[in-house]
Design a protein around this ligand. Sequence first.
Ligand code: HEM
Length: 455
Amino acid sequence: MALDLTDIQGLIHHFYPYPMTRHLLFQIGNPAAGMNLLKNLAPLTNAADPLSSTRESLLNVGITYGGLKALGVKTSILKAFPDDFRDEPAQITMGDFEASNPSKWWNGKFKTQQVHLVVHLFGKSVEALEQVTAIVRTAAVGNQELLPTIKQGPIEGKWLGDTPGELHFGYHDGISHPAIRWDDDPIQEGEVDYRHFILGYSTGEIPSTPPAFGSDPDSVRAGELVRNGTYSIFRWLHQDVASFNSFLNTEGPKVFPELSLKDAEELLAAKLMGRWRDGTPLVSSPTAPNTALSKSDNFGYALDDPDGLKCPFSAHIRVTNPRDQVLNHLITLTGGVPRVIRRGTPYGPKLTGTVDDGEERGLVGMFLCANIRRQYYKLAAWMKVNDFSPAFPNQHAQDPLANRKTPDASDQFLIPTATGDRTVTLPDFVITKGTAFFLLPGLQTLQKLADGGFR
Ligand code: HEM
């Protein structure tokens, strides 16, 4: 069987190369107003729309558990949803303490429970974005738009350069993706079954909830509701570029005194990520970036770098995808390395230098999966405390992009080298500004919800 791509929202399948994004958040006023909003949106982008779409703007929609409730979905259907989607985002699992504390999210302008619905817009130009925003806002009459930025606006992303990929901190993103098999043909080596991302096809081996089976008709309807949808973990993350740059500037020469200042900064930046800023994997090219390898995703750690001499164990990509690295036995038994689909865009103006300008900037990240606990939470927990592999020498170490305020997590970042271990103390570079868990439903489900189905 091949999935019906016309029923799957576009952003799940592709990262469309549109330079501007806008994420309109709404609190649904009442079921009728919510249904009206869904009914009168501009046409949604589906996964069969080609990457080279000629449309000036694209549109996708997510609904939280609170949003499904606000649309009047029957309680007995809602009950079939898993706790991890029903509950507030787990502060402890994600390490959101102090400045990242959920009580401070959304710049304190509203509470996470108020977030019911998001309309993700992608535009080729400001005009295109404005045009589709006006359509959505007209459709949304009777619902409250939630405006989280300091300037009282929606969250907006924008490429930092002329092409996608560049992030604040200067790294390149969008290189490594799970190779998803979108049909039921046998999985080839390196491929990942679509059931890890698409709901409604749960099996004993790849479970997701609600499953589309059972004797209870409401569970079956819950399975119908989620079919061809995915869970999206929406993370609004602030990046403190000035403190990141000054960290590289002061610590780089201390850790690598044998190098020039520029080279020491670049090597330290690469050690934190596991890739040089152009994307070259450290494991494949440990001493300098290599343009020919900047898009490379074909490497492992177990054989090529067992001691972390090329890529430190706690580097961001070695934690979030340890590849062939040996894992704790229990993790291997429960499905091994979790994979997520990542869709991220930077927001805020580019900053160079070490002086902060007070602007909001960072990453709008969407992490898509079919099982929040087994996939996203697992990765978030690994970032917070790197205790998932016996190969890692410091079981309390952290991913440099995690929040250092987690109790029991170390701020010491270990860099093994041929002449001995070197260590740097990590400051906090990333602050969580908001998190919401959305269901990105299939297009038929959205239609049904708009027509008052599932009530
Ligand atoms: C501001 C925060 C973050 C920044 C700047 C950032 C940046 C990056 C960059 C530059 C890459 C390498 C590019 C690539 O392999 O495609 C990457 C990979 C990745 N990141 Fe992040 N990231 C951030 C937060 C997160 C979070 C919160 C997660 C949650 C799980 C995450 C999960 C991943 C995963 C799974 C990969 C792919 C690793 C691989 O397959 O090798 N990232 N990130």
